[in-house]
Design a protein around this ligand. Sequence first.
Ligand code: MG
Ligand code: ZN
Length: 494
Amino acid sequence: MSLGDDFPLHSYTTEHDFIATLNSAFQSLSFNNTTTTTNSNPHVLSEPKPKSKSKSKKRSDPHHNSDENDQCGHPEIQDNKCINCKKKLLDDNFGVSFSYVRKGLRFSHKEIARLRDLQSHEKLKHKKLVLVLDLDQTLIHVTTSSKTKQSQTSSSGNDHFTLNSLQKTVKLRPFVRPFLKEASTMFEFYIYTTADKAYALEMTRLLDPENVYFGTRIISRDDSPRSDQKSLDLVLAPERMVLVLDDTEDVWLNHRPNLVSIERYTYFGSYSITDESETEGALVKSLRVLKLVHGLFFHKKLEVGFVQRDVRVILRMLRGEVLKGCNVFISNLDSRVCVMAEELGAMRAMELEESVTHVVSLVVGSEECLWAEREKRFLVHPRWIEAAYYLFERMPEQDFPISLKKFSNGCELENSFVCPRLVFVLFLIEVEATNCGLLKESLAVNWCMSCCFLRRLLSICHLSMKSFQKQFIGSERTRAPSQFNSAHGKFANI
Ligand SMILES: [Mg+2]
Ligand SMILES: [Zn+2]
């Protein structure tokens, strides 16, 4: 395995150096949840027995929660009866519910710890880690179906389904099947969704018709202690062996260090002209990251034992390499972008000083933009940071411009070709966007953005892009910039 090819590790000259540093990071147990405020347990690297105990206690029941069955001391309860001795359980808050495994099943915390231990040995033996997958907008995009009733489940192609029972139309994300196939050699999967159980089962069936990947490991809102948060307490593996792939960060407040964020997948009602690429789409890139973390976890040259290895440390270190050496000035102080930049290893400048390498801004013509142009520094859209965060890769700055003028450099649409009526429509769109608060600080819309809004406006007016082009532009030449169709074009989506 070579790390350097795919992932520029700026501060390491060789892979060997990186492994050595990783080794000492594991040894020093320096991992702490810098991005997590709610998780204050410092022993995250030890086996999670005491932690999960106290945490699940708090989360699953705020009033009272007994760990062991007072009646008989056995660890497994089914429908309020002890599995071993059939004694009726009087305490409703015993242990933790594992209803996703079997309805009515509860384990004591001690038993959970034991199962985790057992599972981790089993997984290490097979060189496997655990991957928790979100459904909506990570693996699939679903819309409420308004189509006429057909057969029970109709599918067109292999990735498009109409489910009349749920009145939904489902689109699988490009590359999802190869993704599952390949990732399953390195990970045991869980599905974890904030949707309900029936939905979760139905969607999983579409992804995994033969049921080879997920088994009973499908956690829904109905199984989760909290509806707005996802919890690794329900996953039967130590947290240091668990990665999460999800497009929503907010539901993982307690487990952000385990999270590999993926760009949100939108297919229905998308303003993008093309679907994600099968070969260069988000799942392809995520798979690369997962592979890398897996490869590092089981790296032969690591000296520390498996018990000390931690995917969170690996993720943090990899991420911290991406923008190392960059000194970014972020003009609008979008806190999410700032946190991302820091996690990516960038320095953050508070002022426009000599050492600044990048100005991140949305506002064309602002003071910092003028400064960047004058001082010949990179001037990029905040999506440049987001893209790096999702891809674990520093993207070419020129693909993330903030001004119309700059963008049109590389695209087919030249200012002189723009029909006055189009300009007027774009103006309306800008006003609409501003009214909607979509463009918080700026009226300056680059062509890509305009194109997004334009498509939305057209859909409101029931106009197709084609008829719009015919009516207003009248020329094949004035198409959306070629860049919009390129691999990076997807970042132009709002
Ligand atoms: Mg989602
Ligand atoms: Zn018993």
